[in-house]
Design a binder for this molecule. Structure first.
Ligand code: SF4
Length: 379
């Protein structure tokens, strides 16, 4: 923790005072207890003037137009583009973090782009993005900013996608996801030991988020598990994960098994062999998951969608390029009429595999210059 507060401060709601004079942040199960000037583990929430504030409101580490399949979301408006952005910090401490330059950043200079919610939503709409994704680092820690962006997006007909580890407490969970249209939740493993040892978190809170999303919201949900050799890739663990998903969330929630590459504090662990991903996909399908995908590897067969009614190829993917398309405009198999779970709206988009870095000032000429606000706003 540090007392070097940044300047883009914004009031927050989920915290309370303790008898010993500290204040406790109630956003995630870490329950950071803060004295004046201290930051929480996520680095972006801090105590200032006897309350907890968000110190990265309105600032981003950068923007990029991506295929929605890259989030990964395979059954949410396939083929469309999504404006991705993130901030800095994270509330987990995963030793394998694949975005550590942003999630572990302790430099507010990382947040070079200033972006008001309205400017960001306007940029997404003007560039034809169907969605905005809160990604790169976990949006639950900058939820006030993400929710305001999502509201501005809704006014313009742009959807919101949360790419999150789902490590969040009940009350903020309800508030945050009420603003989202889709989520990809990282289910990092299926043992408490992995979460404790590798991520510094708890599996139970993540499962609670999955249950909440599936049973109490209309948010379209897909799940991603990054398979790390020797850590979370055993057949019994993948089978247990798959069975839990089918039993508690049903067969229609897509599962993505993606490849790890050596990074951050796990540079001595080898990359995931493609065969591991294929094995995981087979285990999931065998245990009743209807849509299981491999990811981060070139595997057109393993990353395509098939009808669970007749087995026909419904959506063919080669990386992020869609080719064969056998769905009706409302998401039914053209061969047998079985409904495919997902959010489909007419023919697929044509964004392809492009990744296009975006400068907001160019996308929205009246966008504010890259400076941070210093004003604290009251709730
Ligand atoms: S959101 Fe950040 S400050 Fe709040 S409990 Fe979690 S890690 Fe701590």
């Amino acid at each position: 923790m540090t007392n070097d507060l940044g300047s883009s401060v914004h009031p927050t709601r989920h915290w309370h005072r303790l008898d010993d004079g500290r204040v406790q942040c109630d956003v995630c199960p870490r329950a950071c207890k803060l004295r004046e000037g201290q930051r929480g583990l996520c680095f972006v929430r801090a105590r200032q003037d006897d309350r907890v504030v968000l110190t990265s409101y309105g600032r981003s580490s950068g923007f990029c137009l991506d295929p929605i399949e890259k989030k990964p979301l395979n059954h949410f408006l396939p083929g469309t583009s999504v404006l991705s952005f993130g901030t800095a910090g994270c509330n987990l401490a995963c030793k394998f973090c694949q975005n550590w330059d942003m999630s572990k950043s302790r430099e507010m200079d990382t947040l070079a782009d200033a972006a008001s919610p309205g400017t960001l939503a306007e940029a997404a709409a003007s560039m034809g993005a169907h969605s905005v994704a809160y990604t790169y680092n976990d949006p639950v820690i900058f939820m006030e900013y993400a929710m305001d962006v999502a509201d501005a997006c809704r006014e313009r007909g742009v959807h919101s996608v949360a790419v999150t580890a789902g490590y969040i407490c009940d009350a903020p969970r309800r508030e945050f996801f009420a603003h989202m249209d889709a989520a990809n939740v990282d289910l990092k493993a299926f043992t408490e030991g992995f979460y404790r040892k590798i991520c510094g978190g708890q599996l139970g809170a993540v499962l609670d988020t999955l249950l909440y999303l599936h049973h109490e919201t209309d948010v379209w949900l897909e799940i991603t598990t990054l398979l790390i050799p020797g850590e979370n890739d055993s057949s019994p663990e993948i089978e247990a994960l798959s069975r839990w998903v089918v039993e508690h969330l049903g067969p229609d929630v897509p599962l993505h098994f993606t490849a790890f590459h050596p990074d951050w504090k796990m540079r001595d662990t080898p990359p995931t062999p493609p065969a591991t991903l294929s094995r995981a996909r087979e285990i999931a399908l065998t245990n009743g998951v209807r849509h299981a995908f491999t990811g981060n590897v070139h595997d057109p067969a393993g990353s395509s969608t098939y009808c669970h009614g007749c087995g026909e190829l419904l959506i063919e993917r080669d990386w992020y390029v869609l080719s064969t398309w056998n769905l009706t405009d409302d998401g039914h198999c053209r061969h047998c009429g079985t409904a495919c779970a997902g959010v489909f709206a007419g023919p697929p988009g044509q964004w392809g595999r492009r990744r296009q870095p975006v400068r907001l000032a160019e996308a929205v000429p009246e966008a504010a210059p890259a400076t941070a606000s210093t004003r604290i706003r009251d709730l």
